[in-house]
Design a binder for this molecule. Structure first.
Ligand code: AMP
Length: 379
């Protein structure tokens, strides 16, 4: 796929030309002494090679990003100023536009707003893989108006993700976790067809456990997916937890929340209790399934890992992924945060910058942002 997308390198010299680059600088910030500071500039630093190359070709470079969820209004807290300050220390010659989501036209994919973004520009580059599963104006409209290209990080994301889906070295083991089963069931289905085994953990697994006739107490559950879980459980390559750990209802949870005793429930969570992590038997089963893999795709934690009492399952999976000789790809978001928490970010093959985007790319084989670039009349 990557090959059919235009590279900005085809444009050659860019003296006197203006290039708009859509990035995803939706970075974490914290308030210190009354000012917002960027606490992780990985996404900003990732864009530097592209910026520097465009500048070296003679272009004037302007970047644009969304930041937080201001919902179409100007919200002081979501001004891009702290990001601008950090960018200025890394690459002084690139200008950053104000938060795209201050304008309701961004999320509404309003053609007029999209057109206003590229007004006066000669070219557009999309380097925002992690935002390109959303059909928003800054992603969809510029390619209809000016010659457009995919950025190098975006291209690499697509190549890696397509590679492991289309021609994985086998055994191919997929690991899916997290809380929201509605977001993840589609990918479990796709992976059940393509991977040798699909490991399901995290809060989403309780709906599968319920479908197996087990009790889940007050654990996360969504009745509307029980039938689909039952169908998936009929496949012999879908593995779900066989035991679980958690707390009595009402016990405080969260990072540093408390020290109420952690209960090992075995296969069934009793009434008045809630599961927050996979149990010790499941940890062993999952490690055994991961170890022989030649390709691993991991997206989503095995439990409420932000609370150290329920990080064991996710840590064990992270360590098994890191220790295997497989080519391992980790979807962004919480799985990347978990790797970081356990100091394992450098021990995997590829960490995607986009949780939602990588899920959609695997599930549908395409993204709105890719489609927009492919269908550009200037391609
Ligand atoms: P998602 O946004 O669906 O990828 O879910 C990620 C979140 O799910 C993380 O914040 C986890 O802490 C949380 N999570 C995972 N397992 C559980 C569980 N058993 N109960 C509650 N939250 C969970």
């Amino acid at each position: 796929m990557g090959d059919e997308l235009t590279s900005y390198e085809r444009w050659g010299r860019l003296d006197g030309k203006k290039v708009l680059v859509r990035v995803d600088f939706n970075v974490p910030v914290e308030l210190r002494e009354g000012r917002w500071h960027v606490t992780d500039d990985f996404r900003i630093r990732s864009a530097l090679p592209l910026f520097e190359d465009l500048l070296a070709r003679g272009a004037t470079v302007v970047a644009c990003t969304h930041f937080g969820r201001p919902k179409g209004r100007v919200v002081e807290e979501f001004r891009v100023e702290p990001i601008r300050e950090r960018l200025a220390t890394l690459c002084a010659d690139v200008t950053l536009m104000e938060n795209l989501r201050f304008n309701p036209g961004e999320e509404a994919n309003d053609p007029a707003f999209g057109a206003s973004l590229v007004q006066g520009f000669d070219y557009y580059v999309n380097e925002a893989f992690s935002a390109s599963h959303r059909a928003h104006a800054s992603i969809m409209i510029p390619p209809t108006l000016v010659p457009s290209a995919v950025g190098p990080n975006f291209r690499r994301e697509v190549e890696v993700m397509r590679g492991i889906i289309d021609s994985p070295a086998r055994p191919f083991v997929a690991i899916v976790g997290g809380a929201k089963i509605g977001d993840k069931l589609g990918i479990v289905k796709v992976l059940a067809d393509r991977a040798d085994s699909v490991i399901v953990g995290g809060g989403m697994a309780y709906t599968f456990e319920f479908a197996q006739g087990r009790t889940i107490g007050s654990s996360l559950f969504d009745a509307s997916y029980v039938a689909q879980c039952t169908e998936l459980l009929s496949r012999d390559n879908v593995l779900i937890p066989t035991d679980t750990r958690g707390l009595r209802d009402g016990s405080p949870i969260g990072p540093g929340a408390g020290d109420d005793p952690v209960l090992d429930f075995g296969a069934n969570v009793p009434d008045g209790c809630e599961g927050f992590d996979i149990g010790p038997e499941t940890v062993e089963r999952f490690i055994a399934a991961i170890s022989p893999a030649a390709t691993i795709l991991w997206n989503g934690p095995m439990g409420l890992f932000e609370d150290d009492r329920f990080a064991r399952g996710t840590e064990a999976v992270a360590r098994a992924v890191a220790a295997s000789s497989a080519f391992s790809v980790v979807g962004g978001g919480d799985s990347a945060a978990a790797l970081k928490k356990f100091g394992l970010s450098e021990s995997v093959g590829f960490v995607s910058t986009g949780g939602g985007a990588s899920l959609e790319l695997v599930e549908f084989g395409d993204l709105p942002g890719l489609r927009a670039l492919r269908e550009s009349p200037f391609s």
